[in-house]
Design a binder for this molecule. Structure first.
Ligand SMILES: Cc1ncc(COP(=O)(O)O)c(C=O)c1O
Length: 435
């Protein structure tokens, strides 16, 4: 790392306290698109097929092209694009027959939708603590939470690391409980050579704006099980699925099956155009992000009091949704994670923030206070998240510093600036305003 004084001209005053910042923005933007997206969107406009529920035009819809390409990329047989990952989660649980009376194990540190979708099928989310090295589900905590009512384990690959799939698969087999893999934050990650999403019975993805593969809002469910595929398709399309037999131009491409009652949870062809373009860049961007993260880890190791995510060795390809680094409070004058994030943000000009709040103490997840849920859950105490203890999730929330994956698409000099900001904030941490 270059010496601080040569990198910027106000090394002794934090930007937050009126000093000159290290950077004034100018970071890679997100989301991104290429000319392929524009060409395909025009093709959708002109082709007259704007939705999977549109009529057959004689041309294969982009939905099928994307589903085939994404399934091949992941090494699974089937992919069903959806309007959101949350819908894919609900469909997954319904296809596995999960409902009232069942329990689903959910990590205590994750986005609220992981737990709230369990409530949407009438089951009880059982919040379980995480392992500190990866911030993902602790297999030991999962095993202790299993009861005769456990109907699924929702594994979330969080921020930049995969959960311990060897141990979780062993638990799933030992107790015959299916694993649903939530890969909303792990497009393209690999475990012993297999892509995230192909290790559980069903994998789900989010294609919301911030994600590494995005079309604004969107998702997908993937599986290699033909029976689950058939159910997932119907759950996504009001009980219909893409017809297996040739269609007449102008007639519906979807055929009615009705084995289950579904909903319209489909994605439009415009979004699929954007996704096909993004999928073209995903591997290359994942490589860039991973190499920048390795370089940044190396630079930040020169600063005392920082600790890094330590993925399992089987996680042989990492996919970054957020870069995470933890700090030791004593090395940063015992300042809060919020104060440190604000100081880094002022130096760098992009959003820096703590990890999620644990779900037993999250302002967006208070289901026991929701009057509508009282109809489904006679015993509201069962869904009160404060009944779960999540000490590791809480500890990691208070010491994790995060920023978005788009920053990792920058140059090595950009990474140097980030390291410089950490060094400056640490050195001047005693001057940080208290909360
Ligand atoms: C881990 C995880 N699961 C599920 C979701 C829900 O995704 P969506 O917003 O596409 O429904 C998200 C969204 O951020 C997420 O991060």
């Amino acid at each position: 790392m270059e010496t601080i004084s040569t990198r910027y001209n106000d090394p002794d005053t934090l930007a937050l306290n009126g000093g000159t910042s290290i950077r004034n923005g100018n970071w890679p933007t997100w989301p991104q698109y290429g000319s392929m997206a524009l060409d395909l969107v025009r093709q959708v406009f002109d082709g007259g097929r704007w939705a999977v529920s549109g009529t057959w035009t004689g041309q294969c819809p982009l939905e099928q092209t994307f589903a085939e390409q994404f399934a091949e990329f992941l090494g699974v047989k089937y992919c069903i694009p959806t309007d959101h990952c949350s819908s894919a989660l609900v469909m997954s649980m319904k296809s596995l027959g999960i409902g009232p009376g069942d329990e689903v194990i959910v990590p205590g540190l994750t986005w609220v939708a992981c737990a709230s979708t369990v409530l949407r099928v009438g089951a009880i989310p059982i919040l379980v603590d995480i392992e500190p090295n990866t911030l993902c589900l602790s297999p030991e905590a999962v095993e202790s939470a299993i009861t005769t009512r456990t109907a699924a384990i929702l594994v979330v690959h969080l921020y930049s690391a995969m959960a311990n799939m060897d141990k979780l698969t062993a638990i799933s087999q030992k107790y015959s409980i299916p694993l649903i893999e939530d890969c909303a934050q792990a497009h393209g990650a690999r475990w012993s050579g297999q892509r995230a999403g192909s290790l559980g019975i069903i994998g789900v993805f989010s294609m919301q704006q911030g994600k590494a593969l995005t079309c604004g809002e969107g998702g997908a469910a993937v599986t290699s099980d033909p029976r689950l595929f058939s159910l997932l398709e119907q759950l996504r399309n009001d009980g219909r699925r893409l017809a297996k037999t040739p269609r007449v131009v102008g007639h519906m491409h979807l055929e009615e099956v009705g084995e289950v009652i579904g909903a319209n949870l489909a994605m439009s062809e415009f979004q699929l155009a954007v996704l096909l373009d993004g999928l073209n860049r995903l591997e290359e961007q994942n490589k860039t992000r991973a190499s920048r993260a390795i370089y940044l880890d190396k630079c930040l190791r020169e600063i005392s009091g920082l600790e890094f995510i330590r993925p399992h060795h089987q996680n042989d390809e990492r996919a970054y949704y957020h870069y995470v680094v933890r700090y030791e409070p004593e090395s940063f004058a015992y300042k809060s994670v919020e104060a440190i994030c604000r100081a880094l943000e002022a130096e760098l000009g992009f959003w820096v923030h703590p990890a999620y709040r644990p779900l037993n103490d999250h302002p967006l997840y208070r289901p026991h206070l929701d009057k509508n849920l009282a109809h489904t859950f006679a015993d509201l105490k069962s869904i009160n998240p404060t009944r779960f203890e999540l000490p590791e999730a809480s500890r990691q929330h208070k010491r994790s510093i995060l920023f978005h994956h788009s920053v990792l698409l920058g140059s090595l000099l950009d990474m140097d600036d980030i390291a410089t900001a950490f060094e400056k904030v640490q050195r001047l941490s005693s001057t940080l305003p208290d909360d």
